[in-house]
Design a protein around this ligand. Structure first.
Ligand code: PLP
Length: 440
């Protein structure tokens, strides 16, 4: 079919007839039709275009259709499009080496997965096999992915080393704006959150806890930048009790916060790092676990009971190599830091000073959020229907936004320019002005 003849409605109808969507009731969906994209802009079949302040699912960190990544993928297709994980493959080795070079000293191997969820699955598996313990502590305010039953359902012998019975325990992570600890400042929030975590560890039995799994900056949960000292405190607790610290960098990693990894800004080093999304700008599904030397070494003579058909798929690996090289040469991480500190964050603060609807602005780099409230004293969240209207109005005005609950996550590609940020901020300004009546 000739592109010119296709309408938005054709594509939407095809989708509604045959595609089953994530996280939705299927009945009343009206998905945005996207025909193409370049850099930080997307368009449909009928001349409408959008500036991207979402990076899709916070993964297109390099922007769309980067020529270098496309060229590397095309070259890989011609060279060797697929090969099993048990083989040695040049592109896979090059991707792993680049990731290890970006990781802190003391990390030595990369296990590749298909995405973020299975990166966390495999990091948890490594921590359990390494420690011989089974419980995993993680935060209530977190998102780590959407898998979990496949190996438990498996009938063959591979199920057996993965049969851990006592599972998962949750704790409250710091979130001063809506403190679970009645804290009134960062220091209190930090100290009380750490005391709470210590009590959870003691009550669950340190000898049963394999891992603490934490997003370096919880993303979907609200871009909850931890208070100064919290991550060091968690690291110290993990050390004290012999618990593996897994940091989930799936959303925060690869430039988003203005550093390669978000935890670098907290001055700590985890034992395992999980990644996906930004590692290849989301061009081909890929994720993985970056493994510190003691754990990697442990598996030199202990069987690793985990694997995936597409672990280290050459096409995904080619996209990783080219993405990381382009990010280095084009100083994309530096751009994320610069734009975050000098354009995006100050711009959002200015909006917050003008619009009482904005209760708080928080984040690092191009990983920012605005929390919308109807009253700054009671912090009453703007309701779901109103947030949907705001999102709709932003889309109508040409801005693709990332709305979660009562928040707008401001997460453009790391390549965004100052001019594009100004354009997006102006759209926020005009749309929020129209919703000022929500404030009570
Ligand atoms: N971890 C974090 C922090 C995420 O934000 C996500 C996805 O949004 C995941 C894990 C799961 O990644 P995937 O959807 O690639 O499985």
């Amino acid at each position: 079919q000739d592109d010119m003849a296709i309408t938005n409605n054709d594509v939407r109808q095809l989708d509604r007839n045959y595609v089953f969507h994530s996280w939705s009731m299927q009945g009343n969906l009206n998905p945005l039709v996207i025909a193409g994209a370049q850099g930080c802009e997307l368009w449909d079949y009928e001349g409408n275009s959008w500036l991207d302040f979402s990076s899709q699912l916070v993964n297109v960190n390099l922007g769309y259709q980067h020529p270098r990544v496309l060229a590397a993928m095309k070259a890989q297709i011609d060279e060797l499009v697929t090969i099993a994980p048990a083989t040695a493959n040049l592109t896979r080795g090059e991707a792993a080496r680049r990731i290890i070079e970006l990781a802190p000293a003391g990390f030595s191997k990369v296990f590749f997965t298909n995405a973020g969820a299975d990166a966390n699955e495999n990091a948890i598996r490594m921590a359990r096999l390494y420690t011989g313990r089974d419980k995993v502590l993680s935060a209530y305010r977190s998102y780590h992915g959407n898998t979990g039953s496949a190996i438990a359902a498996t009938g063959d012998w591979r199920r057996v080393p993965n049969e851990f019975s006592r599972g998962h325990v949750h704790f409250f992570n710091p979130y001063l704006y809506r403190s679970e600890f009645s804290a009134s400042n960062e220091q209190e929030e930090c100290a009380r959150a750490l005391a709470h975590l210590r009590r959870i560890i003691e009550c669950e039995g340190p000898g049963a806890i394999a891992a603490i799994l934490l997003e370096s900056i919880p993303g979907t949960a609200g871009i909850l930048v931890p208070p100064a000292g919290y991550m060091q405190g968690v690291r110290a607790l993990a050390d004290e009790f012999g618990i593996i610290l897994i940091l989930d960098e799936v959303m925060a990693g690869f430039g988003r916060t203005g550093s390669w990894f978000a935890f670098e800004q907290d001055g700590i080093v985890p034992d395992l790092i999980t990644f996906a999304k930004g590692v290849n700008a989301g061009y081909v599904p890929a994720g993985g676990v970056i493994i510190s030397e003691p754990i990697a070494h442990y598996f030199d003579d202990h069987f690793f009971a985990g694997g995936l058909t597409y672990s280290g798929h050459p096409l995904a690996m080619a996209a990783i190599v080219a993405t990381l090289d382009a990010m280095k040469e084009e100083k994309v991480v530096e751009n994320a830091a610069y734009i975050g500190d000098n354009v995006l964050r100050p711009g959002l603060e200015t909006l917050a000073a003008k619009h009482p609807l904005i209760g708080e602005v928080r984040g690092r780099g191009v990983f920012q959020a605005m929390e919308l409230v109807t009253n700054s004293q009671t912090k009453t969240p703007v309701g779901a229907a109103e947030m949907a209207s705001i999102k709709f109005a932003l889309t109508e005005a040409g801005l693709l936004s990332f709305v979660v609950e009562n928040r707008i996550h401001v997460v453009p590609p790391c390549t965004i320019s100052a001019e594009q940020v100004e354009k997006g901020l102006a759209i926020f300004d005009s749309v929020l002005s129209r919703f000022g009546g929500l404030v009570r």
